[in-house]
Write a protein that binds this ligand. Structure first.
Ligand SMILES: NC(=O)c1ccc[n+]([C@@H]2O[C@H](COP(=O)([O-])OP(=O)(O)OC[C@H]3O[C@@H](n4cnc5c(N)ncnc54)[C@H](O)[C@@H]3O)[C@@H](O)[C@H]2O)c1
Length: 247
């Protein structure tokens, strides 16, 4: 159900070109927020109406600082950038590890540290898209991914603690497997390795007791709740939205 609970709020969403970031930016817009949507691939934003659009590489600290400088005030920040490396620790090269750290963890550092000064005066809500996968629940072939998302959860808790006196809340949303373009790419990769598309899809589906993928819109609903004042008592939490994995 959509309400106008984010009316008069300024919401900044990274990785808003597709998948969870896009669905969240759409939902925040539909709930009345002025949405500033950015993505590494700005062309993905071309068909996104009713929002401010910008190309932004969240791994570039100077670009992030310049982008955030335009805001006098940010009420809601959703940081959705992340990178999935598929593999055990032995299958993860130092280059894979560093790429995972740069995209998933460094980007969170750059984006949150640049946005927080714009939230301190009046408070606000930060939502980091983390993951349940190998950060909360061990799952196969997610060594680097799990480590970096665990880092995002740690940063979330630390920010929640340090900025509670400023009225800033910070929570991590932890999905399991959500049907997005990047998931489809991972299924394709696995299908090639296995030589069987339906087995590859089944590998991902069987991880979720509900027996289906989540939808980006389901994740967006939780993000909108956390962005809104309805969730004012919730901060520093890593909230699983995972089709029953954590039962
Ligand atoms: N899809 C899932 O199953 C799933 C599960 C748990 C967590 N997540 C997390 O949700 C987030 C979104 O994933 P998704 O699958 O919805 O999206 P996706 O991977 O399909 O799309 C990601 C978007 O991020 C953008 N992007 C990539 N690098 C960027 C950068 N350096 N700066 C700015 N934008 C960048 C891409 O251009 C793309 O538009 C990620 O953090 C991911 O780890 C996804």
């Amino acid at each position: 159900m959509t309400t106008m609970r984010l009316k008069n709020k300024t919401a900044v969403v990274t990785a808003a070109g597709q998948g969870i970031g896009r669905a969240t930016a759409e939902r925040l817009r539909d709930e009345g927020a002025s949405v500033f949507a950015s993505d590494l691939q700005p062309a993905l934003l071309d068909d996104f109406d009713g929002v401010d659009k910008a190309g932004l590489d969240a791994t570039d600290p100077d670009a992030v600082a310049a982008y955030m400088a335009r805001f006098e005030r940010i009420d809601v920040l959703v940081h959705a950038v992340g990178y999935v490396h598929q593999g055990t620790i032995e299958e993860c090269s130092l280059e894979d590890w560093r790429r995972s750290a740069t995209i998933t963890l460094d980007s969170a550092f750059h984006v949150l540290s640049a946005a927080i000064p714009k939230m301190k005066e009046h408070g606000g809500s930060i939502v980091c898209i983390a993951s349940v996968v190998s950060s909360i629940k061990g799952l196969p072939k997610r060594a680097a991914y799990g480590a970096m998302k665990a880092g995002v959860i740690g940063l979330t808790k630390s920010v929640a603690c340090d900025y509670l006196p400023f009225g800033i809340r910070c929570n991590a949303v932890c999905p399991a497997t959500v049907d997005t373009p990047s998931l489809r790419m991972r299924i394709d990769e696995l299908a090639e390795q296995m030589g069987d598309r339906s087995k590859a899809e089944e590998f991902f589906i069987q991880r979720q007791p509900t027996g289906r993928f989540g939808t980006p819109e389901e994740i967006a609903g939780l993000c909108a709740y956390l962005a809104s004042e309805e969730s004012n008592l919730i901060t520093g939490q890593a909230i699983s939205i995972d089709g029953g994995i954590m039962i």
